[in-house]
Ligand binder design. Structure first.
Ligand SMILES: Nc1ncnc2c1ncn2[C@@H]1O[C@H](COP(=O)(O)OP(=O)(O)OP(=O)(O)O)[C@@H](O)[C@H]1O
Length: 290
């Protein structure tokens, strides 16, 4: 089956600013892909280009096996914009019916339940809190049973329970084979739900891959006492995190510990760990090598 998103060589310039500078990536069916990067990296511009809301200067987009400009592919895409406002005089159910009608489908009645708004269906949107509006935005993105869902900052206004609900929702979409492209600054969230991430910086793809590919470097954290010069040289290169020494995982942790004990070092703690996505992202943005 064709990829849900296939984007190649996207470029977009606003006057003097090159917002997107040769971006290529794919999202496969049933895959949750996170789009990460600092403010102004070009994430929203890329998303809008995919959806035909911004005309690229160069590049090509295929959605669900058809050119991105084809209305038949767009009808199968759900979108939650970063900034949106629904008609405040409509009720939540009316907003959904309107969007289903625009998409030419019968509304998915379960949508409001999926986002925890079932009991507010008859309330006017004008009286909704920000988080409730964002939940409604998610329901609108899902109302036409899309095969690809593009979510621009879907949880920025949500409380922790709302975020956990969205996580479950994304996982259930993936189970149904729906592809998701997610732009979020909440890195912990991306790390929990995404199969793959694409990191943008200055309009370019700075890194992309599965979490294992990006975070593959395992480290060991040691809390030690009585570290002699000989022990320090056995440990090799390390950084400090409070009282912990952090070093690249050696080929054999037991051998390292045995050697340190022989050298008279007191071992208080040995913890295997992996670089967090947040640290990796910061490293990439600051131009540190992997
Ligand atoms: N309509 C526009 N007119 C002029 N410049 C724009 C426009 N839209 C975006 N830009 C510029 O393009 C660059 C990329 O913006 P974009 O909104 O895509 O970034 P982003 O990664 O989504 O940022 P954020 O995380 O802050 O939402 C920025 O420098 C921005 O100022």
């Amino acid at each position: 089956m064709s990829a849900a998103v296939w984007a190649s060589g996207l470029r977009k310039r606003y006057r003097k600013r090159q917002a997107v500078d040769g971006v290529s990536f794919t999202v496969d069916r049933g895959e949750v892909v996170g789009l990460l990067g600092p403010n102004g990296a070009g994430k929203t511009t890329v998303i809008k280009t995919l959806l035909g809301l911004v005309r690229p200067d160069a590049g090509e987009v295929m959605l669900l096996g058809r050119p991105g400009t084809d209305p038949r592919s767009r009808a199968r895409v759900g979108y939650l914009p970063e900034l949106f406002r629904y008609q405040p005089w409509l009720t939540a159910a009316e907003v959904l019916r309107l969007h289903a009608r625009l998409a030419g489908v019968a509304p998915d009645e379960e949508c409001l339940g999926l986002v925890g708004l079932a009991d507010r269906a008859g309330d006017r949107v004008g009286g909704f809190s920000k988080g409730m509006q964002q939940r409604l935005g998610l329901a609108v993105a899902l109302v036409a049973r899309p095969e690809l869902v593009v979510l621009d900052e879907p949880t920025s206004a949500l409380d922790p329970i709302g975020r956990a609900d969205v996580r479950d929702l994304l996982l259930s979409l993936r189970e149904r084979g729906v592809a998701v492209l997610l732009n979020s600054h909440l890195i912990g969230e991306v790390e929990r739900v995404c199969d793959r991430v694409v990191i943008l910086d200055h309009g370019q793809v700075a890194a992309s891959g599965t979490l294992t590919e990006l975070l593959g470097e395992h480290t060991v954290r040691l809390r030690l006492g009585n570290v002699t010069a000989a022990a320090a040289s056995r440990i090799g290169h390390f950084t400090r995190d409070g009282e912990m020494l952090v070093l690249p995982a050696p080929p054999s942790v037991p051998d390292l510990v045995a050697d340190l004990v022989k050298l008279g070092v007191e071992i208080h703690a040995v913890e295997p760990s992996r670089v967090s996505l947040e640290d990796r992202l910061l490293g990439i943005i600051r131009g540190e090598s992997a």
